[in-house]
Design a protein. Structure first.
Length: 174
């Protein structure tokens, strides 16, 4: 099959990261153990410093030799960053398919009196042929000022000129 056809087929069928499907495509169990260990630590909010011991335990349970390399915190962080970019890209494509979206923001001040904004995005997503409203975490930012133009979190989603887009008279949402 032509490379572009394979890419389109993969994009159409891949909805969510499914570790069991991912395991089938990776032939090296050591690599898969490292990916799943990093993913689990991040998902469960466990210290990344536990990566080496958690990885060793998982590999021994699965009948593999204990790891001798690629078992430090740096490797775990690289894996977590790669997974984060992957999930962010999946969210971006889901939001871009939606005819409407909204941004929800909540402000808080941390112990050092730094203002922080937590951002969520609400959009319509098609799940099994049904349109469903979804709310997903978008980002936690410390804005440079209180001016809306300083919020750049949407630039990665392809919404490069949000102010003009949403204040234009041609906008059907007006």
């Amino acid at each position: 099959m032509h490379q572009n056809q394979c890419r389109k087929l993969g994009q159409q069928t891949q909805k969510k990261l499914n570790p069991s499907n991912l395991r089938d495509t990776l032939v090296d169990d050591g690599i898969m153990s490292r990916i799943l260990s990093g993913w689990w630590l991040a998902k469960e909010d466990v210290s990344v410093r536990k990566f080496g011991s958690y990885l060793e335990t998982q590999m021994i349970i699965n009948g593999q030799e204990p790891p001798t390399s690629y078992r430090d915190d740096r490797v775990a962080w690289e894996i977590i960053e790669i997974l984060g970019r992957y999930f962010r890209n999946m969210l971006k494509h889901r939001v871009q398919k939606s005819p409407y979206f909204g941004i929800m923001v909540d402000e808080t001040t941390d112990n050092s009196t730094t203002a922080q904004l937590i951002l969520y995005i609400k959009f319509l997503d098609e799940i099994d042929g049904t349109i469903t409203p979804m709310v997903e975490y978008l980002d936690l930012i410390s804005p440079a000022s209180g001016v809306a133009e300083d919020l750049t979190v949407l630039s990665g989603f392809g919404f490069t000129d949000c102010r003009r887009r949403f204040t234009s008279r041609s906008n059907p949402l007006d």
